[in-house]
Design a binder for this molecule. Sequence first.
Ligand code: AMP
Length: 420
Amino acid sequence: MSTFQAPKGTYDLIPPHSATYLAVREAIAAPLRNSGYGYIETPGFENVELFARGVGESTDIVTKEMYAFETKGGDRLALRPEGTASVLRAALEANLHKAGNLPVKLWYSGSYYRYERPQKGRYRHFSQVGAEAIGAEDPALDAELIILADQSYRALGLRNFRILLNSLGDQECRPVYRAALQDFLRGLDLDEDTRRRVDINPLRVLDDKREAVQKQLAGAPLLRDYLCEACKAYHEQVRELLTAAGVAFEDDEKLVRGLDYYTRTTFEFVHDGLGSQSAVGGGGRYDGLSEMIGGPALPSVGWALGVDRTVLALEAEGITLDIPAATAVYAVPLGEEARRVLFRAVTELRRAGVATDFAYGGKGLKNAMKSANRSGARLALVAGERDLAEGVVQLKDLTSGEQTAVALDAVVDEARRALG
Ligand code: AMP
């Protein structure tokens, strides 16, 4: 029988590489935890209707990429393709918005699923860390989120990323722009699929990656020229706050993003070392989403950063994260009695918080020492019959090779001292 492989478009996270993923998730989460965001976890699947209404019936994510299925009980569900709709659904369901403390600030971390054509940086199962600030309209909140994402990328050592910023207007000015854009697009020579998109979601046509289409778009009306006074003022404040925080950004009037729910501020983090899948994260304001999924008016803003692509960005910049060795002490018993004694010492060391591992499987000394070195441990704890007869174990510094006998009941203290 042939062995199984991970499904197309997926991959496994395996040590030691997986440690980088954990560190990236942690680096993105740390500034959020430090800024009033509480952790939220929602199911991996939701009613399909939530995404159809929340993400938008005209988006590729919903029409082409969703893993939708019917359960044996007849429920229509979908694996989550993104986090915002679920988080908002959960916040509404738990009445977090009624606790009188707006905005409700939440962060999350998890797996997302899109049936996309796989390529480097684009997978069918991927991982995001995201943040949502629900229930406040305040340019400082939009700025806060962008600043925090910037902070986490910088903490990881990333430098070759750029922040693209745009405003998509609101329910007052966007429809006027939409109509003007439709007029313009209907005068172009476009294929049937694109013409259909002009009817349903004309802003998405601006996002078309094909050069021939982009050429035709040269004279397209720009949303910037249609923004109402309130949207203009709001956007200007976001820009000023970012500038005051020393966060550089580029105005990109063509940035529309692939989800229908965005209003006003939208942004994307792109990395210049990633080729075609250059967006490492993105987000924006979604003032109408709550009402779209049956809730009250709750102006909100959020982002999601892709963990997979952030790891690729680190590789592109040649950054190796400083991840401490998982094991500090490695115990090597020589003989049965030593096994019992050292296993007890290992348990004590672990209970004292020292990362410790043990040579399992009755390895000989040579093999066990090889494992000790591979583990990255700084110290080996070696004991044979003669040591035990004297009530000691050998504490060996694996870097210098130096070895000292320490009393069995002093192992924890001595190991700690040696580790500094
Ligand atoms: P989006 O919800 O499409 O704005 O995605 C936010 C971020 O998630 C992107 O900037 C990517 O870093 C990441 N992402 C989205 N789709 C994928 C995918 N298919 N594979 C890997 N990462 C993805």
